[in-house]
Design a protein around this ligand. Structure first.
Ligand code: ADE
Length: 230
């Protein structure tokens, strides 16, 4: 089967992504041919005896900057007209569930992961299509951010979760947080499962779950634009 979505991750830490793709639901999706993830070492495109992919910043300052040549060479070699090049960066557009859904419909995504001070601005200006941040903090290993994005996008690729219902009602669907979940036993250390969940009344359960989601979202995430009158 032809995978629906292919990721190529370009970084200085290819093992970070390889470790994660061997395991979990993403690993299974790759085995089942639903998804393809290739982790590439940027140094493979670096020239010179020491294969340096980074250098000191012009103008001075701490840290290192990824050089433009290996990035341009790698992206040009890996890309096709169907490719979306995404640079993972703390100053990018905030990654959300909406963006995960949007990316799950793409054919080929090249994820560029920098480190420390980032990458030469000419790469961002000339060859990158989107810039994405996974949150307001800075990672030293950008391949971690790429792994987070792949994991979240993979869940939206049809077939990956097995059951298409699995996404229903989870956090950020309908701009609501998820509802409380319980499993057996019905009573644990004197704490009981809410009666309605044992009632078998599907309508009452759906209503209760929706109310809990709305209440929790109002309390914890009033910034989410919730439609409360459903
Ligand atoms: N690289 C370093 N920090 C990052 C962040 N917060 N999001 C995406 N990529 C990053």
């Amino acid at each position: 089967m032809n995978p629906q979505l292919r990721f190529d991750v370009l970084s200085l830490f290819p093992q970070t992504v390889e470790g994660f793709t061997r395991e979990s639901i993403v690993g299974k999706a790759i085995e089942r041919g639903l998804l393809d993830v290739h982790s590439r070492d940027l140094r493979d495109w670096a020239k010179g005896k020491h294969r340096e992919a980074d250098d000191r910043p012009f103008g001075g300052g701490a840290g290192m900057v990824l050089k433009p040549e290996p990035l341009f060479d790698a992206i040009e070699e890996i890309s096709s007209p169907q490719t979306t090049v995404v640079y993972m960066a703390p100053d990018g557009e905030r990654f959300t569930s909406e963006l995960a859904k949007e990316f799950s419909k793409l054919q080929h995504v090249v994820l560029l992961s920098g480190h420390y001070e980032g990458i030469d601005q000419r790469v961002r200006d000339q060859i990158v299509h989107r810039e994405v941040s996974i949150g307001d903090y800075v990672l030293t290993n950008g391949a971690l951010a790429a792994s987070v994005l792949i994991d979240s996008v993979a869940r939206h690729v049809p077939g990956v979760l097995g059951d298409d219902q699995s996404l229903l009602g989870e956090s950020f669907e309908d701009n609501l947080l998820g509802c409380p979940q319980y499993t057996r036993p019905e009573e644990f250390r004197g704490f009981k499962v809410p009666e309605v969940l044992l009632s078998g009344n599907h309508e009452a359960i759906a209503r209760w779950r929706h109310e809990k989601r709305v209440e929790k979202t109002r309390r914890l995430r009033p910034d989410l634009k919730t439609i409360t009158n459903q």
